[in-house]
Ligand binder design. Sequence first.
Ligand code: FES
Length: 201
Amino acid sequence: MALEPQRRSFLGFLTFGLGAIFSAILGVPIVCYVIDPRHRRAPKSAMKLIDGVKLDDLRATPVQGVIRDTRVDGWTLYPNDVLGRVWVVKRDQALPAFPDKAAVVAFNARPQAEKDAFLLVFTTICPHLGCSVNLGGDGFLCPCHSARFTLAGAQAGVGNPARRGMDSLEWEIDEDDPEFNRLEVKYQRFEALKIEKNAIG
Ligand code: FES
C-alpha cells in the first residue's frame, strides 16, 4: 500500500518531535542549574585580603581586620561573607619600601619567620575554647575565661587556661594593590585546647 511509507515517516517524525520536546523539558533546567553562578564552586585562593587594614595606618596598638569570601550554604550564595577576623600587630622593625611590584614579590618570597619580624597576624579565635580575643591590659585578653597573651601572642599571666599562644597566620603584601598598602592572609582555624597548633580548615 502507498500509505504505509507515509504512516512510517509520520510515526518517525512524531517520535523525533516528542523526543525533542522531552529533551528540552528536561535539558533546560539542567543547563540553567549549571550556568547559574550560585551552583559554581567558589573560587579557592589560599590568601585572602585583610579588609579594613592598611599598612600606612598601623601603629603600636594592634588593629583588627575582617576576612571575607564567597560562602555557599546549601542553595544560598553569600558573595561577601565574613569568614573571620584577625589582629594585625606592628613590630619595631619598619617594613621596607616597595617601589614596584617586583620588590613586593621578592618580599613575599621571604620565609614567614623573617616577615614576622615586621608584623604579626593572629586569628582572633582564642586557642582555649574559641571565644573572640580582645585587646586588654598591655596585650590581648579573652573575655570568656581570662586567657591573657602578650602582643607577640605568647601566653601571659598565671593560671592561663589556654594551652598555647595565640594562633599566628601566614601573611604577605597584596601584590595586586597599586599602592602596596594592603595585606593578605592565609586564614585558617586551629584545634582548640591542644598544645600543638593543628589546622582544621
Ligand atoms: S575561650 Fe578564651 S579563655 Fe576560654
